[in-house]
Design a protein around this ligand. Structure first.
Ligand SMILES: Cc1cc2nc3c(=O)[nH]c(=O)nc-3n(C[C@H](O)[C@H](O)[C@H](O)COP(=O)(O)OP(=O)(O)OC[C@H]3O[C@@H](n4cnc5c(N)ncnc54)[C@H](O)[C@@H]3O)c2cc1C
Length: 472
């Protein structure tokens, strides 16, 4: 057994909040904005010096679809839509209504890739911070959550570490948007990790951006090679046959950004690593960087349109697709997504299909043959409510879902939608003096609809009817 020691210290209480949100990624931004707008004294803790999570620190993008699978109806609106519109006003996003499936902004992928949102991470960093501040949220950047305070079976805040030292933050309700369920796991909430058969998770990827791309030449090359299921698939295959392509991929994941000549690359792949293990994260960062340099050379030598590309930047953090999934009051399944199952406690509608990058091989499930999908499917509130522990909600990548269902709802627009629901529910729980588990669902849904979320035509109709009836 590894050596251990006991460490105890008195720490100052740096802040007391009604609602504490840990993690400032898509889920955390939406949770904090929603909580603040619903009147709760809200604190948002984020380990980096800016907000956005994978959207900024991870250089991940575009925002995958916020629409139904057929690309006809926008399902994820609310805080997400506002952030997109404000980023677009800064010249830092293209609204999804203008982006077609199969286009260069969609990585030339058609299935599930209609109406994605290309964006500039710098715009999102600023817009997210402004939206939080305008909602009255106290931001604590450069602050890492290290432990959870649990009293009588309920989370009552966290211990954080920063340049100011170790501090406590007290809270009536905490929303875990850490993507890894750090707060929930440390509070004793049970969780699963990886696929059922062997616990392996989706691989990690270090994103990077290249500049000086000949946009038109890339588009022409792709148009001239319809036989390639993924961009440059035949070039990659030929190189692999000669043992000259060591990355387990079947093509190049490349996405044009709003800026001319600048593309994101989603192609490095690090497998059999655990995103909650610091030594695995360290290995992934270094091996990811080796793969970036290999790919740059490969692009210049073999990919038409990329001959003169230069490295613009690599992400500030390795991108982790999957770690812990809490056990919540309901666990979303692939079957729910296939059937479009309706839930009384629906808090979000989504259309992105199940997209599992192989934990061991070079492929993935991003085709209609892998999983049957409804045109739109629902996420119930109970997926955000952990079993056993009170005073806590979870939103984003670590909610209660199977490995397969998470493969769909893990992308950023659903994380925004879940975050908005969790932040709203947390504020309502504080206002009502109840545990988040007991928040009246209809009240939560009404508040979400009033604040621009879309929960389906039926819920919208019922909420409007109720509002008319209660108007004197
Ligand atoms: C390689 C890769 C490619 C992807 N491609 C796409 C794509 O093209 N489009 C798309 O929409 N989605 C994509 N996704 C999925 C998507 O990026 C994430 O699943 C999504 O960002 C989840 O949102 P989140 O808010 O739950 O987590 P995150 O975005 O990970 O945000 C979590 C935040 O919490 C902070 N945090 C974590 N732990 C602590 C702590 N202990 N203390 C303080 N702060 C903490 C982090 O710094 C971070 O800011 C991809 C993911 C990866 C990894």
């Amino acid at each position: 057994m590894a050596e251990s020691l006991t460490y105890s210290k008195e720490v100052p209480v740096a802040a007391t909040a009604d609602v504490l949100v840990v993690g400032g990624g898509p889920a955390g931004i939406a949770a904090a904005v929603a909580s603040g707008r619903n009147g709760a004294r809200t604190v948002l803790v984020e380990r980096f010096g800016f907000l956005g999570g994978n959207a900024t620190a991870g250089l991940v993008g575009p925002f995958m679809t916020s629409y139904s699978l057929d690309g006809k109806e926008q399902l994820i609106r609310g805080v997400f839509e506002e952030l997109v519109q404000r980023s677009e006003e800064l010249g830092g996003a293209i609204h999804p209504s203008k982006v077609e499936a199969g286009s260069e902004f969609s990585g030339f992928i058609s299935y599930g890739h209609a109406r994605v949102t290309p964006f500039d991470p710098e715009a999102v960093k600023l817009v997210a911070a402004e939206m939080c501040l305008e909602a009255g949220v106290e931001l604590r950047l450069h602050t890492f959550m290290v432990d959870t305070l649990v009293e009588d079976g309920a989370v009552r805040g966290v211990i954080v570490a920063s340049k100011s030292g170790l501090q406590a933050i007290r809270a009536t309700v905490t929303v875990d948007c850490s993507a890894d369920a750090d707060i929930a796991a440390r509070a004793g909430v049970p969780f699963h990790q990886g696929r059922d058969e062997d616990g392996l998770t989706q691989p990690m990827t270090l994103f990077f951006r290249i500049a000086n791309v000949d946009d038109e030449r890339v588009k022409q090359y792709i148009a001239d090679h319809p036989e390639d299921p993924r961009p440059f698939a035949s070039v990659v295959r030929a190189a692999r046959e000669r043992d000259e392509f060591p990355i387990p991929r079947e093509g190049i994941g490349l996405y044009r950004t709003p800026q001319p000549g600048i593309w994101r690359i989603n192609t490095t792949r690090l497998q059999r690593l655990d995103g909650t293990d610091v030594l695995d994260l360290t290995r992934a960062e270094i091996e990811g960087r080796r793969q970036v340099m290999f790919l740059l050379r490969f692009f210049r030598e073999r990919c038409p349109g990329l001959e003169n590309c230069t490295l613009l930047d690599t992400a500030a953090t390795i991108g982790v697709r999957e770690t812990r999934r809490i056990v919540g009051e309901y666990t979303l399944t692939a079957d729910d997504l296939a059937s479009g199952r309706e839930f009384e406690d629906v808090i979000a509608l989504c259309g992105y299909p199940i997209d599992i990058h192989s934990p061991t091989g070079s492929g993935g499930t991003m085709t209609p043959q892998h999983f049957e999908m409804a045109n739109s499917y629902q996420i119930p509130y109970r997926c955000l409510v952990p079993v056993d522990v009170d005073g806590l909600l979870v939103a984003g990548r670590c909610v209660s879902a199977t490995h397969e269902a998470l493969g769909a709802i893990r992308v950023m627009p659903p994380a925004f939608a879940m975050g908005q629901a969790a932040g709203t529910a947390a504020a309502l729980a504080v206002a009502e003096g109840v545990s988040p588990r007991r928040v009246p669902i209809r009240w939560l849904q009404e508040t979400l609809v009033e604040r621009g979320a879309y929960l389906g035509d039926q819920v919208t109709r019922e909420v409007r009817e109720q509002a008319t009836q209660s108007t004197p």
